[in-house]
Design a protein around this ligand. Structure first.
Ligand code: NDP
Length: 414
């Protein structure tokens, strides 16, 4: 009897239906809604029974380092791409965003627990370090041929108990998780033989200090809204940014808004959204307090916005070659290097934050949100096809509640 994971997707659905865990109509929904080639979906993950699609939109003309980029974004939240476009428009009026990146490095850690002589073990490892570079090269020769591989080793004693080898690896154009894991395990095995002990752990660290920094300088006049002068909006954005540095309720929401855009761009790039999120939130807490990822300050009558954060992403490897639209997205955004991708993701975060703060200090976030939320409400009420636009339009001047949407839909259908 084959195991569940050994079945075809159709057979897995049949098992769920036979077990009374899924009805046939829902099984048919899983079987028929497909965005990926069947073979790709089936082999990318375990226990695959269907596909889950999200809309892909584009952020137009994001001005980064003197060029305009078209950035694909994948999200289910209606207002995200509209807000990003609005933020990018303001950045364009102000000469665009300047981005710098630090060398792309991924860290691995090999940790030994309970060694009798920590200092002696550390001295021995440092003395035999060149051997470890050879072990790393043997474990992953192709990354060395590409100019990458293990670059530095630091040996650290933690809490008088653990001995850690901290490995800095250059993964070239890849995100590098698997590359680092391969190297860390080989080094762990090798050093384990010297110490006559298995390492406690030998794996990638999702923590990163290789930062991408994006800055934009805004003339307050470009921030004016229908009811507020640009100067007032700029002052209020600086004030809300300062609040985010001391009020955790604001900080978390401030950063969530930034991740709205960044995660959408990371997902469209085929990268690991969890790796980026873990690294980013660790960075937000690197002082011991959770701080805003982007800040806005008034300097010489200009509003200066800066975002600085680690972005562990790649442009090859992982699922990127398997997901057909990732290649298309890379071509649309002209992403030919990790640095370009990092620059675009950081810039998306910055303009996303700008648009959110400008709305917050001005008309509030709900006006724009609810207008865009109307289509989601129309679909939740049961509108299909052409009804969605008709009901969305009708809802603009009405109470945006599900009950009202359902009533309006009934009226439309009469
Ligand atoms: P891969 O294992 O796919 O490694 C990338 C491969 O791409 C390399 O081995 C290399 O193979 C090939 N390649 C082709 N061109 C280049 C180039 N120019 N530069 C570098 N490599 C190139 O991916 P990663 O190591 O990047 O790992 C990323 C994946 O790991 C993601 O899917 C992530 O979700 C997953 N992951 C994440 C973890 C975490 O975050 N904690 C843990 C484990 C996995 P060759 O040289 O042989 O051609």
């Amino acid at each position: 009897m084959p195991k569940f994971y050994e079945l075809t997707p159709q057979e897995r659905l049949a098992v769920l239906v036979d077990a009374g865990q899924l009805d046939q109509a829902d099984a048919d929904a899983y079987a028929t809604q497909a965005a990926l080639p069947e073979a790709v979906a089936e082999h990318l993950i375990e226990n695959q029974i269907g596909q889950f699609s999200l809309p892909l939109g584009v952020l137009r003309d994001l001005p980064v380092n003197d060029a305009l980029y078209q950035v694909p974004m994948v999200t289910e939240e209606p207002s995200v791409i509209a807000a990003a476009n609005n933020g990018a428009r303001i950045a364009r009026l102000n000469g665009g965003i300047t981005v710098t990146t630090m060398p792309h490095r991924v860290t691995g850690e090999v940790v030994f627990d309970g060694l009798a002589d920590l200092a002696g073990a550390k001295a021995m490892i440092l003395a035999r370090e060149p051997e470890l570079f050879a072990v790393a090269e043997q474990a992953h020769p192709s990354i060395v041929r590409r100019g990458g591989g293990l670059k530095t080793i630091e040996v650290v004693i933690i809490a008088d108990r653990w001995l850690k080898l901290q490995l800095a690896v250059d993964p070239q154009a890849a995100m590098g998780a698997n590359i680092v894991n391969t190297i860390a395990e080989a080094i762990g095995h090798h050093v384990g033989q010297w110490l006559n002990q298995m390492p406690l752990v030998a794996i990638l660290a999702n923590h990163s200090t290789a930062l991408t920094t994006a800055t934009v300088q805004l003339d307050p006049a470009t921030l004016a809204t229908a009811h507020q002068s640009g100067e007032m909006v700029a002052e209020r954005i600086a004030a809300i940014s300062a609040l985010a540095e001391v009020d955790i309720d604001r900080t978390v929401t401030h950063n969530k808004g930034i991740m709205n855009g960044m995660t959408a761009a990371v997902l469209a790039s085929g990268n690991d959204t969890r790796a980026v999120e873990a690294a980013v939130h660790a960075h937000a807490s690197h002082t011991g307090r959770y701080l805003p990822l982007a800040t806005w300050q008034l300097r010489d009558h200009q509003l200066v916005g800066t975002i600085s954060l680690p972005l562990p992403v790649g442009i090859v490897g992982g699922a990127m070659n398997a997901l057909p639209l990732v290649q298309v997205n890379q071509r649309l955004a002209h992403i030919t290097s990790v640095e370009t991708l990092q620059a675009l993701i950081a810039s998306v975060g910055l303009v996303q934050n700008l648009a959110a703060l400008r709305a917050l200090v001005g008309p509030g976030i709900q006006a724009g949100h609810m207008a865009l939320q109307a289509s989601a409400l129309a679909m939740a009420a049961g509108a299909t096809g052409a009804e969605i636009k008709l009901l969305t339009d009708a809802l603009q001047s009405q109470d945006k509640t599900l009950a009202n949407a359902k009533q309006l839909l009934n009226e439309l259908r009469d």
